[in-house]
Design a protein around this ligand. Structure first.
Ligand code: SF4
Ligand code: SF4
Length: 77
């Protein structure tokens, strides 16, 4: 589904070809209640800084370009 290689398997994947953080977008960083998303200073793209997630999904829903996919684990309840 995504071509971006993920270095580690974290629940939130950012499609770097869609992310417009370099244009000043910080929506996902701002909406995450856990503060686990950040903008990578080198790539200027959003990424998951800490592997912790409530699967509350505003990051995925509010991203203006649909760059974020949250993988909700099967066994979550
Ligand atoms: S909300 Fe979307 S476009 Fe904006 S920084 Fe996050 S991933 Fe990138
Ligand atoms: S699903 Fe919620 S907790 Fe997880 S990264 Fe997105 S906003 Fe943060």
């Amino acid at each position: 589904m995504t071509t971006a290689a993920t270095l580690t398997q974290v629940p939130v994947r950012v499609d770097e070809s869609k992310c417009i953080a370099e244009k000043g977008c910080t929506v996902c960083v701002d909406v995450c209640p856990l503060d686990v998303l950040a903008i990578d200073m080198l790539t200027k793209k959003a990424y998951m800084k800490f592997d912790e997630c409530w699967y509350c999904l505003p990051c995925e829903q509010d991203c203006p370009t649909g760059a974020i996919s949250v993988d909700i684990p099967y066994l979550l309840r």
